[in-house]
Write a protein that binds this ligand. Sequence first.
Ligand code: ZN
Length: 304
Amino acid sequence: MRPARRDLLTLLAGGMLMAGCKPAGNATPLPKPKSDRPLVIASMSVLADVAQAIGGDDLEVRSIIGPDQSAHHHDPSPKDLVGFERASLVIHVGFKLEGWVARLPESTGYRGPIVQASESIAPILVQGTIPDPHTWQSFDGLLRYARTISKSYGEIWPHKAEAFRGRFVDFVQQLAAAREAASSALATLSSQKTLLVVPHNSFRYLGRELGLEFLAVSDLAGGTQPSAQTLAGLIDQIRQADAAACFIEGPGDERLMGEIARESGARLGGRLYADALSGPDGPAATSIAMLTHNVTTIANALRG
Ligand SMILES: [Zn+2]
């Protein structure tokens, strides 16, 4: 097994603290079922996949932010806000990812329950105070999403609780098998000091879980260009590692990551799915496939 390592930036940020979490739905009475196939609205694609996996044919799940779309800085369009009048539940990640969720009552008139999927996850704090929202990037994170969602469904639709529970158990089994395969893929690598260079800081939870060290070019949400001084510092750090690999998250990252790889001697390791699923024909079409793809891509790059 590889020795567990903590993300350097997490260490600098002061480590992890337990969240003072409070389900957003507590203050709101649970609604009665509205139709044979009630509507659940999830904020982003990874969360919607977990919500649909537990809901199965009993629920219709819609995602506000779809596959291949960044989950950051989303400003819902009028089209996104259609349908809330018949929604029975809204699920969001939390940790300040979706500021628009708090405005739903005024923007849509929605008064139903709002559940925070990451409520039981100990946040990794950035700069000591900012909870990193990328909780979907770990097997434990998806497990906790699934548990929270299954529990909420059971409370809202108690007559279907057994079906939700059964799908939750199936999901956990698939997740455990994927987690086992991921550990095996990483266990075959040598334990020398490795760095995984990514466009933005979206893999701290995966790093915490699997003992991988990620170095991000940009900030928490991405989209900012690093200064020449920042780049020079990054390249120095990469040169000091025994092995390093650079990854892209989308076509726009190729030029910068290629330049960093050339300057530092790191390998180019392919595409990781950070903030969204791929389309249905892509390699990260489900939440579990996304984690499997990311870990496999990392293991292949480190293996060279
Ligand atoms: Zn992100």
